[in-house]
Ligand binder design. Structure first.
Ligand code: FES
Length: 356
């Protein structure tokens, strides 16, 4: 994690404490940055690029949603997320319409492995679309605050210039540090505002224009799935070493189900038993049901976010029994060794007891 030992207060925030909203900054249409502090004064320790899951109290019951932390751990007294409401957004719409400074929300995390600190390199290419810019903002701010000279080509694709999030802040950083090379790519200009930069959709031609030396760079990509697919295919088609390509996504790949380990033949007809230690009840389910689904069917609640093993929101303690879990990085080896599992991607084998 980030080294906070030089700060006078060494208490590090953990998610047993609610977060208090301290400011809301409108960024572009339907998009705002929400800054939080720990009421206890604890500091935030995380890696730039990691995410946080918030419990959002929408009408009808709380929902859990995951956002990348857009602030940098080099500024550890507060933590921000930047949320953009899409058409059907419920949680982000609630934040935009209802969250006010002073209100407190439950948060889970930070978590995630999408950080340049896990893939150290001399040169980076950060390529994002829309609100996928948030982890790139955190990583770039972190490098800027460190005071060393980074070498980052920072590409963001937006529908229009007026929809580029963090534009002024990034241009300010780039004006002071020559190693931050900004490239905006828009789909169409704003009316009555001439645009002299790049225009079009991401493809091999634009990639070569924005970062001619892309073969030498560690690439981080975040945005809607079709955008990340386009970038991935463009790079693969150009002979890029895809081990150096990293992407972040909070939605399950379309049509993809988590594979079960090879030693398990999922069998709908094989029954499993789940015992809920805290509530003292039990349920029977099929081995092919996830523990999350079986728990819900039993009328109990485990908070969840992504539902495919990334965000870590559904982490619970397994007290006894055996499960098969195939996650996507949402739980650490230490937590697994301590008996924790992710309910959304764990299947009970035989009889299992969990702390719910
Ligand atoms: S809900 Fe995200 S890891 Fe289970």
């Amino acid at each position: 994690m980030n080294d906070l030992s030089s700060f006078p207060s060494r208490t590090i925030w953990n998610d047993s404490e609610m977060l208090e909203c301290v400011s809301i900054i409108p960024e572009v249409p339907d998009t705002a940055t929400f800054a939080f502090r720990a009421p206890s004064g604890a500091l935030f320790d995380f890696l730039p690029g990691q995410f946080l899951t918030l419990e959002v109290p929408v009408p009808g019951g709380p929902v859990h949603r995951t956002w990348t932390i857009s602030s940098s751990p080099s500024r550890p007294r507060s933590l921000s997320i930047t949320a953009k409401a899409q058409g059907a957004s419920v949680a982000t719409r609630w934040l935009l319409d209802n969250l006010k400074p002073g209100m407190r929300l439950k948060a889970i995390g930070p978590a995630g492995r999408f950080s340049h600190l896990h893939h150290e390199s001399d040169k980076y290419l950060f390529i994002s679309a829309g609100s996928g810019i948030t982890p790139m903002m955190a990583m770039t701010t972190y490098m800027y605050d460190l005071g060393t000279e980074p070498d980052v080509v920072f590409v963001n694709c937006a529908r229009r210039p007026s929809e580029i999030i963090f534009r002024e802040r990034l241009e300010h950083m780039a004006s002071r540090v020559p190693g931050i090379d900004l490239k905006w790519v828009i789909e169409q200009p704003d009316r009555f505002h001439p645009w002299t930069g790049l225009q079009g959709r991401m493809n091999q031609l634009i990639l070569g224009l924005v970062a001619p030396d892309y073969l030498e760079r560690e690439v981080f990509c975040c945005g809607p799935e079709p955008f990340m697919t386009a970038v991935r295919e463009a790079l693969a088609g150009l002979g890029f070493d895809m081990d150096r390509f990293h992407q972040e996504s909070f939605s399950a790949p379309v049509g993809t189900e988590l594979p079960l380990p090879e030693d398990v033949v999922p069998d709908e007809d094989t029954k499993a038993e789940i015992h809920f230690a805290a509530s003292g009840s039990s349920t029977t389910c099929s081995e092919t049901d996830t523990i999350l689904a079986a728990t819900r069917n039993a009328g109990l609640n485990i908070p969840s976010g992504c539902t495919f093993g990334v965000c870590g929101t559904c982490k619970i303690k397994k007290i006894a029994g055996e499960v098969h879990m195939v996650h996507n990085g949402g739980i650490s080896e230490d937590d697994i060794a301590d008996g924790y599992i992710l309910a959304c991607c764990s299947h009970a084998i035989g009889s299992v007891t969990i702390d719910v």
